[in-house]
Every structure is written in structure tokens, then in C-alpha cells.
Design a protein around this ligand. Structure first.
Ligand code: PNW
Length: 464
């Protein structure tokens, strides 16, 4: 007799959110429309040599003008939720006094359009596009910026708080601090480990003040923050490699999770960085503000990190991590995406289990996961991207495993809905479920978008 293996069907909880995510500067374009002021990314992208191909977000996918078409595409995919970010420079008028009503109106229309299509709006207040005027007074190295963020959060909570289903105060503050102010690879392009640590604290303070402001505004949605957490793994079982992993875990994960969820900075990380700074930027009361309760924890996951102790004499690997001269990063064996990032869904499962183990049983969301791959023309004018289907299937299976293990995981958002401006890589990397032709701004749902849509329809999928 021939035994035919049955395909394994993974089914998700009936209330599970199947989402997709974007960010304002990456998709909107229309950077001069309706009173928007420049952000640090407009400034940075205009500087020669910063962005691959000299690309900028000035036009990008043209979403600001095409948002109705994009919401129709989301409905066609069947998304239960859509995560977008609000451009602070559209809300804060030049000079900073009052509110720019035309900018507010855009997000009001977007939220209503989503709700009319039956899609839950998930809004991120800060996805890296700081108003340039605030950078000019110190940006995230200045404590004032956190106070201005609280004002902005209050405005948004008052305007959209009755309709937004979930809020993220910040997206990936690690990137803002360590790439924006540490390596200078992201806007505003400042370099220095102390800047990065100072910015980290002020971003965390902004998060806490932002949660308080949203709460006070009467916003009804789930209040949260999106952290780009990772599974940090030691290369070998040696004590030296374990210590390298501990350091990087401190500077990537615990430096954010601990203050927000436990009200303290990790003592070992503070100690690791003592020779750089005395952490004098932390004032009395700050940690109480930062740890004001959140309703859920959101994580963005792309790949695990594999680290070892650096061999003696190897000094600087050009990493973003203060004290990382003692650490070496290694490629994880196996396939990589067009970003060069390794494809390893076990990292996502381990991360979700670890958050529950170390920070308690809380509602969790994966607010970004996805991959850059080139696509190619498929049959009947379609777009083929089989690698992305494999990536999504593998990572959704990891999410499913975490749910079976008891993690209260309530939703998953693909990065990204559309191909878009991939920061320092410009338009040279494509993450979308939907292809954007940058010459015509025409959109085409890719094979991965069709696959995701099927999974949404069945609330699950078969493993091959
Ligand atoms: C995230 N890293 O960025 C962002 O939230 C998105 O805006 C972005 O498009 C997406 O992931 C893909 O890059 C990251 O160097 C950028 O570790 C860089 C890193 C991580 C996340």
C-alpha cells in the first residue's frame, strides 16, 4: 500500500488579525502638499551619497493621492487590519504653533476609508520622519523632543482616538537611535555611541509620555509600541560567546523591553556602557513615565543575530552597538533575502516565547515581518515571487507554533503592503505584496499577495 502524506493544515484563532504595514515617508510622496514641512528624511535623502541611486521619498508610490485605490487593494486582499504611520511633519505646522488642519484631514479620510472597507486602522505615530525643525534644536538627543512628541500624540488621540483600533507610539526606536544617531546610516546621519544612548532614552521617554497622552485623550484602541526585537544567538557554547550574545541582547532588546515593561534599565548594559556615559540623561521619574502600562507589545522581526566574541586585536566591526568592539557578527548559514538578511523562522518563534517567558503573558502582535526579493513577470500579466511566499509561509508557521505553545499572539502584519522607499536602499529593494511600477505608479498584486489573500480567506494554510 502507498501511504500518501496528508498536508498539514494550520488554522489561526478566529479573531486573528491578518494585516499589512507601511510607513508615511516610505509610501506617501507629496512632500510639499497641504502644509507638510520637511522631515529629517527629506534632508538626509537630499545629501549626496546617502541613498542608493540618489532616490528620495518625494514621489515614491504616490499613496497620498492614491490612498483610496490602495484601500481598495487592501480590501481585495481581504486584510483585517492595516498598519500605517502618521507623518508628524504633516501635523506640526512650520514654527510649531498650533496644528496643521489639512494634514490631520488626510489621516481622518484614510481612517474612515479603512473602516468603510471593514479594515481595522492601526496607527504608528513615529516611523522615523522627525520634523527637521525639531532636529535643528537637537532632535532625539534633546529631551525637549520627547515633550513635543507628547503634544503631537495628544492631538492625534483627540482626532482619531474614537476610530483607531491600535496605536504604536514609536516604530523601532532602536533604528532611530542606533542607526540615526549611532552609525549615521539613517537620518539624521549623526554618529556617536553617546548620541545613540541619549537618543534611546529620549525616545523611550517620548513613548511613555505618548502613552499617557493617548490615554488622557480617551483613545479607545489598544495602546502599544513596535520594537525591532531579535533572537540573539551565540556562535558557540563558549563563555566568551555567551557574553557577546548577552551584550548585544542588552543593546538591542532589553534596553527597550526592560524600561517599558519593568521600569528599569538592564544593569549589565548600563555597566557595559559606563566608560562612554554616566547615563546622566536619565532623570528622576523618567522610568515611571516610560513604564506606564501598555495594552499589548508589538514586535517587528526579520532575522536572528549570530554573534561571537571578537578575536583579540580585531577592534571595530563598524557595528551600531556601543561596546561591540568586543563582538563579531556572523551570517547565519542558509538562504538570505535580497537585503542579505537570513531566512530563519525559528528566530521569530524563539523571540515570541522569550517575551512571554521574560516579560509575562501579554497580548502580542507581529507588526512587521517580510522579505525583499526581486519579482518577475508571471502568466497573464501577473507577478511571480515564490521566495516571498516561502518566507511568509515559514514565518506564519512559526507564529502558529508560538500560538500553540500558549503565546497570546493576536495578529500579524506583512512588511509591506506595497513596494516602497526602503530607506538607505531607496527603491532598489522591494518588500511589497503589491508591485509598484515607479514609472507609472501602477500597482499589481504579486503571487505572494494572492497567496496571503487565500490564507486570509481560509484563516490558515496548508504546509507543503
Ligand atoms: C524596518 N537593521 O527597518 C522598518 O520598520 C521598515 O520601515 C523597513 O522598511 C523594514 O524594516 C525593512 O527594512 C529596519 O539594520 C531597518 O537591523 C534596518 C534594520 C532593521 C529594521
Amino acid at each position: 500500500t502507498v501511504v500518501q502524506a496528508e498536508p498539514v493544515r494550520l488554522t489561526f484563532p478566529s479573531t486573528f488579525w491578518w494585516g499589512a504595514a507601511t510607513a508615511a515617508y516610505q509610501i506617501e510622496g507629496s512632500v510639499d502638499a497641504d502644509g507638510r514641512t520637511p522631515s529629517i528624511w527629506d534632508t538626509f535623502a537630499a545629501e549626496p551619497g546617502r541613498i542608493t541611486g540618489g532616490d528620495t521619498g518625494a514621489v515614491s508610490t504616490g499613496h497620498y493621492e492614491r490612498f483610496r485605490e490602495d484601500v481598495k487593494l487592501m480590501a481585495e486582499l481581504g486584510l483585517s487590519a492595516y498598519r500605517f504611520s502618521i507623518a508628524w511633519p504633516r501635523i506640526r505646522p512650520a514654527g510649531g504653533h498650533g496644528v496643521n488642519a489639512a494634514g490631520l484631514d488626510f489621516y481622518d479620510r484614510l481612517v474612515d476609508e479603512l473602516l468603510a472597507a471593514g479594515i481595522q486602522p492601526v496607527a504608528t505615530l513615529y516611523h522615523w520622519d522627525l520634523p527637521q525643525e525639531l532636529e535643528d534644536t537637537g532632535g532625539w538627543t534633546s529631551r525637549e523632543t520627547a515633550l513635543r512628541f507628547a503634544d503631537y500624540a495628544a492631538v492625534m488621540g483627540a482626532r482619531l482616538g474614537d476610530r483607531v483600533a491600535m496605536w504604536n507610539t514609536l516604530n523601532e526606536p532602536w533604528c532611530s537611535a542606533f542607526l540615526g544617531y549611532g552609525t549615521g546610516g539613517h537620518a539624521p546621519g549623526r554618529r556617536g555611541h553617546v548620541h545613540a544612548l541619549t537618543a534611546t532614552h529620549h525616545l523611550l521617554l517620548a513613548h511613555g509620555l505618548g502613552i499617557e497622552a493617548l490615554r488622557a485623550s480617551g483613545a479607545t484602541g489598544t495602546l502599544s509600541v513596535a520594537l525591532n526585537a531579535g533572537a540573539v544567538r551565540p556562535l558557540t557554547a563558549s563563555a566568551e560567546d555567551a557574553d557577546a550574545a548577552r551584550r548585544i541582547d542588552g543593546l538591542l532588546n532589553r534596553i527597550f523591553f526592560d524600561p517599558i515593561l519593568r521600569g528599569s534599565y538592564p544593569a549589565d548594559t548600563v555597566e557595559d556602557t559606563r566608560d562612554l556615559t554616566d547615563w546622566g540623561f536619565v532623570r528622576a521619574g523618567d522610568l515611571a513615565t516610560i513604564s506606564t502600562p501598555v495594552d499589548a507589545v508589538c514586535v517587528n522581526y526579520y532575522q536572528p543575530d549570530l554573534v561571537s566574541a571578537a578575536p583579540a586585536g580585531v577592534l571595530d566591526h563598524g557595528t551600531c552597538y556601543p561596546t561591540a568592539q568586543a563582538v563579531q557578527f556572523h551570517p547565519t548559514p542558509g538562504p538570505v533575502t535580497h537585503m542579505g538578511w537570513s531566512v530563519d523562522p525559528t528566530g521569530l518563534r524563539d523571540l515570541l516565547l522569550r517575551i512571554r517567558r521574560d516579560y509575562g503573558d501579554r497580548p502580542l502582535y507581529v507588526t512587521e515581518n517580510g522579505a525583499a526579493y526581486d519579482d518577475r513577470p508571471g502568466p497573464d500579466g501577473g507577478v511571480d515571487d515564490p521566495e516571498r511566499i516561502g518566507y511568509l509561509r515559514g514565518h506564519l508557521a512559526a507564529v502558529h507554533e508560538a500560538i500553540l505553545a500558549g503565546v497570546d499572539l493576536r495578529g500579524y502584519f506583512v512588511w509591506s503592503l506595497l513596494d516602497n522607499f526602503e530607506w538607505a536602499f531607496g527603491f532598489s529593494r522591494r518588500f511589497g505584496l503589491i508591485r509598484v511600477d515607479y514609472a507609472t505608479l501602477e500597482r499589481t498584486i504579486k503571487a505572494s499577495g494572492r497567496w496571503y489573500s487565500e490564507a486570509i480567506t481560509h484563516n490558515g494554510f496548508d504546509l507543503p
